[in-house]
Design a protein around this ligand. Structure first.
Ligand code: CA
Length: 385
């Protein structure tokens, strides 16, 4: 891990940021006005280096975000802003319930925007060698937003990592996709609900949102289902899933629409199953997390009137520490199931290795690391010792 900057290094960084910002055509008044005030934040460095102690299960993640209160508030927000949201749908193709779902997940409908000083956060992260290039770009974008008069430097607060406003845009997204939807001459994602929700719509539109298509849906798998396509995240036409016996969550036939879908089991075969479509990948373009995208999709459905998941996420799914996962990965590698570089993370290569191990053990090969897989891995360890 690279050494974090100290006060002397930070002062040097600020000089470098100033010339970079001037070269990027930010006005000298804003460059000096903002960068003369920025401070190194130890808190930001600490949060950036903090590793989660244990993996999160799908139930942990999902149940904390899709709560009955949030569904209720989302339905109220949908009703209250219906006319605005319909206008945004006309301009961007994104249906109202999705915009409200993002709003609810990002800031609980604007009730918590974050209170870290964004210029401090970004300057700190940009001076840290870890991800300096990315955050230097974000810092310069933030200066451009201030320069354009969209937000005053003192009002620019948000998350420790630089996301801001009602829909938590990073500065580069703000600069590229934010719109002045209420027509007051400023793109204000902090105080203007029309600007914030419309900007979310334009961002999703730019990421390739397909109007008229769902994000995906919860499905039910038939008895004796072959789980091979899960580990490889294969995209198949809905008609092919239908032939494999997959139905909607209530057991009704899937629509025969010409749509490609990927089967996802975020908590393994004991948990809910989902088929996800192209718009799911668009949501992943906003935040590269399958759990996040499933929460957005389901919350949008709920806000639009749908009921709970038919198959709730199992509460007893296992959590793993990084060390435990590295141990499991090493064990898989020793047994000839290459999980990639042992990194203590449950990535696609590890899931694929688990799936092959399960198949050879005569288990359901859903690629999900559950108690049975762990038990068998320990068992094979005992035999070979
Ligand atoms: Ca505005």
């Amino acid at each position: 891990m690279p050494v974090p900057p100290d006060a002397a290094r930070f002062a040097q960084c600020v000089v470098e940021f100033k010339s970079a910002a001037l070269a990027a055509d930010v006005s000298p008044a804003v460059v000096n006005g903002v960068l003369d005030q920025v401070q190194l934040s130890d808190r930001v460095l600490e949060l950036d280096r903090k590793q989660p102690e244990f993996t999160q299960t799908f139930a942990d993640y999902f149940n904390r975000r899709v709560t009955p209160e949030r569904v209720t508030r989302g339905r109220w927000a949908l009703a209250e802003h219906r006319a605005l949201l319909e206008q945004i749908r006309v301009s961007t193709g994104v249906p109202p319930q999705y915009l409200v779902a993002f709003w609810g997940l990002e800031t609980n409908f604007g009730s918590y925007l974050g209170n870290m000083a964004i210029p401090d956060s970004l300057a700190t992260l940009a001076c840290d060698p870890r991800r300096s290039r990315y955050f230097t770009g974000e810092l310069i974008s933030a200066l451009k937003i201030i320069d354009a008069g969209d937000v005053a430097a003192d009002d620019m607060t948000g998350s420790w990592a630089g996301a801001m406003g009602h829909v938590q845009f990073m500065p580069s997204a703000y600069l590229r996709f934010a719109v002045d939807f209420d027509g007051d001459g400023r793109r204000d994602l902090f105080h203007s609900t029309p600007d914030a929700l419309a900007s979310a719509g334009y961002f999703l539109n730019a990421l390739g949102w397909k109007p008229g298509l769902r994000w995906g849906r919860e499905v039910r798998l038939p008895e004796g289902f072959d789980f091979a396509p899960v580990a490889s995240a294969q995209a198949l036409p809905l008609a092919a899933w239908r032939e494999l016996g997959v139905t909607d969550a209530f057991g009704h036939p899937l629509p025969a629409a010409p749509v490609l879908a990927v089967l996802r089991l975020p908590a393994g075969h004991r948990g809910p199953a989902f088929l996800t479509y192209d718009n799911f990948d668009v949501i992943m373009g906003w935040n590269r997390s399958v759990f996040y995208a499933l929460a957005v999709g389901h919350l949008a459905d709920r806000i639009a009137g749908a009921g709970r998941l038919q198959q709730p996420p199992p509460e007893d799914d296992l959590r793993f520490s990084t060390d435990q996962l590295i141990g499991i990965q090493s064990r898989l590698a020793t047994l000839g199931y290459d999980p990639g570089e042992p990194d203590g993370r449950l990535g696609p290569a590890t899931r694929a290795a688990v799936s092959r191990f399960q198949a050879d053990q005569g288990l359901i090969s859903d690629g999900h690391l559950d108690a049975e897989v762990v038990r068998r891995l320990e068992g094979t360890a005992a035999e070979s010792d």
